[in-house]
Design a binder for this molecule. Structure first.
Ligand SMILES: *[C@@H]1O[C@H](CO)[C@@H](O)[C@H](O)[C@H]1NC(C)=O
Ligand SMILES: *[C@@H]1O[C@H](CO)[C@@H](O)[C@H](O)[C@H]1NC(C)=O
Ligand SMILES: *[C@@H]1O[C@H](CO)[C@@H](O)[C@H](O)[C@H]1NC(C)=O
Ligand SMILES: *[C@@H]1O[C@H](CO)[C@@H](O)[C@H](O)[C@H]1NC(C)=O
Ligand SMILES: *[C@@H]1O[C@H](CO)[C@@H](O)[C@H](O)[C@H]1NC(C)=O
Ligand SMILES: *[C@@H]1O[C@H](CO)[C@@H](O)[C@H](O)[C@H]1NC(C)=O
Ligand SMILES: *[C@@H]1O[C@H](CO)[C@@H](O)[C@H](O)[C@H]1NC(C)=O
Ligand SMILES: *[C@@H]1O[C@H](CO)[C@@H](O)[C@H](O)[C@H]1NC(C)=O
Ligand SMILES: *[C@@H]1O[C@H](CO)[C@@H](O)[C@H](O)[C@H]1NC(C)=O
Ligand SMILES: *[C@@H]1O[C@H](CO)[C@@H](O)[C@H](O)[C@H]1NC(C)=O
Ligand SMILES: *[C@@H]1O[C@H](CO)[C@@H](O)[C@H](O)[C@H]1NC(C)=O
Ligand SMILES: *[C@@H]1O[C@H](CO)[C@@H](O)[C@H](O)[C@H]1NC(C)=O
Length: 406
């Protein structure tokens, strides 16, 4: 017990810089007993948990997709425990009922964060899912075909589409998974070691999805949160170079690491939507560190990585209480491009209480592009229950978030 307490105190001192030190910092605890690696894999797991392993005759399935499909489209919660290993699969989750993918790991049991890395270190989960595919020169008709994991009710509902409103689906398209979760799993799409066209590690549309101590690794368009998608990330590492957080939906990233593999486009590239009700579609980043992926590339990136750019003029994103290393462009955000700047007085690309060598408030204000928010400006967007809504625009939709981290 004593050593566990010491470990937590140490993590507080090293990972999070000054202003966040007083908050609690531990991984999601909900499945820590189930995730623990013992001789009886499903020990401590919910009754009926399905066990997936590549090389274990005691496993129910040897692919994750087969386990997902076995659950059918019911409202009965599904739990899938995944043994350590490298799985080469493209996963689709269309079911509407809860589905929790639980990666075996001793980290939650020990209280170890996954995202607690710095410019000289990296992290890996014991469960890795790979699908190497990039939409290079429009090889595919849509980026979704490249994805490692896609959560959404139908194929059409998960398409990125084109134009300011994306791919339109009929109004009666059902909502997909109401409570998808993944714990301690890496999703990797690394076809080549540079931006080679959109390459999704994740897509979430018309669904609620939470990710705890997961890794998303790609180079371009790593994480896509599409129409009516709600995605929550806690203690994650999200790695990319170009526009690597993009979409139309709502994403909230908390206590995580955004790993900059180079600079291109922006970190966030969002498209807003005009609705008849108030919406808060956008990407919100809180208590997160933005750092170069490694020490070798860091010197070449100083001052070059933009916080984001507007995929349309209704882009909304806020970096809150976050640490910027020297890679971040002093001006913060940038216009989309020279011929289509996509800026208007509705564009909301903002920072609040950020700090670190890459944060320069004077340069941000002078840019006329980055908004530096006051405490009252940020209040409507501050916490997950402020921004996550149901499809009809009712806020406070957070019942699907793991309560152990709220
Ligand atoms: C599964 O077992 C085979 C044969 O023992 C071995 O070659 C392979 O590497 C194992 N795969 C995994 C993922 O452990
Ligand atoms: C895992 O699979 C990916 C894709 O098939 C491959 O590139 C990678 O080398 C594998 N890693 C390990 C540790 O086997
Ligand atoms: C799941 O069931 C719901 C309710 O019957 C239905 O609306 C939806 O289309 C089904 N989804 C899939 C992927 O079959
Ligand atoms: C990373 O390593 C370099 C070279 O050893 C060192 O100068 C630097 O302080 C280290 N940075 C961190 C955050 O550990
Ligand atoms: C998952 O959906 C994609 C389209 O997004 C499709 O290309 C792929 O075959 C599907 N994979 C499985 C395992 O269903
Ligand atoms: C998906 O969208 C295309 C283009 O609008 C349409 O032709 C097709 O019927 C849709 N598929 C389904 C299953 O609704
Ligand atoms: C540093 O990061 C770059 C870009 O991700 C990569 O190509 C390179 O191999 C990494 N170097 C080390 C030493 O990890
Ligand atoms: C949204 O509405 C505003 C004001 O009504 C308008 O200026 C803007 O062009 C619209 N944007 C989109 C993407 O439709
Ligand atoms: C913004 O830029 C994108 C990408 O070039 C373009 O598709 C879009 O039409 C532009 N304008 C608006 C108002 O969205
Ligand atoms: C945005 O600018 C237009 C004129 O271009 C003006 O009519 C509108 O009131 C402004 N909206 C806001 C929110 O400032
Ligand atoms: C911040 O930006 C301003 C305006 O570009 C510049 O004058 C100043 O030197 C910068 N401060 C630091 C610490 O780089
Ligand atoms: C920002 O706006 C001010 C006042 O309109 C102007 O003087 C300045 O040149 C603008 N800065 C940039 C970088 O466009």
């Amino acid at each position: 017990m004593r050593s566990l307490i010491l470990k937590i105190v140490l993590a507080t001192a090293t990972f999070f810089h000054s202003s966040v030190a007083e908050r609690s910092q531990s991984p999601a605890k909900t499945y820590k007993q189930c995730q623990r690696q013992t001789r009886h894999p499903t020990e401590g797991c919910p009754h009926g948990t399905i066990y997936v392993a590549r090389n274990d005759s005691g496993a129910h399935f040897d692919t994750i997709q087969a386990a997902i499909d076995s659950l059918g489209n019911t409202t009965v919660p599904g739990h899938i425990l995944i043994a350590p290993g490298n799985y080469t699969e493209q996963l689709n989750v269309t079911r509407r009922g809860p589905l929790h993918l639980i990666g075996m790991s001793n980290k939650p049991w020990k209280g170890d964060l996954y995202s607690d890395i710095n410019v000289n270190t990296s992290a890996q989960n014991d469960v890795q899912i790979w699908w190497n595919s990039a939409n290079h020169n429009s090889l595919f008709t849509d980026n979704v075909y490249t994805g490692v994991l896609t959560v959404g009710p139908t194929l059409n509902a998960t398409l990125t589409g084109s134009g300011p409103t994306g791919f339109a689906v009929p109004a009666d398209t059902p909502f997909g998974c109401t409570d998808f979760r993944a714990y301690n799993i890496d999703f990797r799409n690394e076809v080549v070691q540079y931006s080679y066209g959109p390459a999704h590690a994740l897509g979430v549309s018309r669904a609620n999805a939470g990710f705890y101590s997961c890794g998303f690794y790609s180079w371009q368009d790593t994480v896509y949160v599409g129409k009516l998608g709600n995605a929550f990330f806690y203690d994650n590492i999200i790695a990319g170079q170009t526009d690597f957080l993009y979409g139309f939906g709502t994403a909230y990233i908390e206590q995580s690491t955004l790993s900059l593999r180079s600079c291109g486009g922006g970190i966030t590239a969002w498209k807003g939507t005009n609705t008849t009700f108030t919406n808060k579609y956008g990407v919100y980043i809180d208590r997160t560190q933005l750092i170069a992926s490694n020490y070798t590339i860091a010197p070449n990136m100083v001052g070059k990585c933009a916080l984001g750019r507007p995929w349309n003029s209704l882009h909304r994103s806020i970096f809150m209480d976050s640490y910027f290393d020297a890679s971040i462009k002093p001006a913060g955000y940038i216009p989309w491009g020279t011929t289509t700047p996509n800026l208007s007085n509705l564009t909301f690309m903002a920072t609040w209480k950020d700090y670190g060598p890459g944060y320069n408030e004077t340069a941000e204000v002078q840019s006329n592009v980055t908004l530096v928010l006051t405490d009252s400006d940020v209040t409507p967007y501050r916490y997950p229950d402020d921004v996550f809504s149901t499809p009809d625009g009712t806020f406070g939709n957070i019942g699907w978030i793991d309560q152990s981290v709220l």
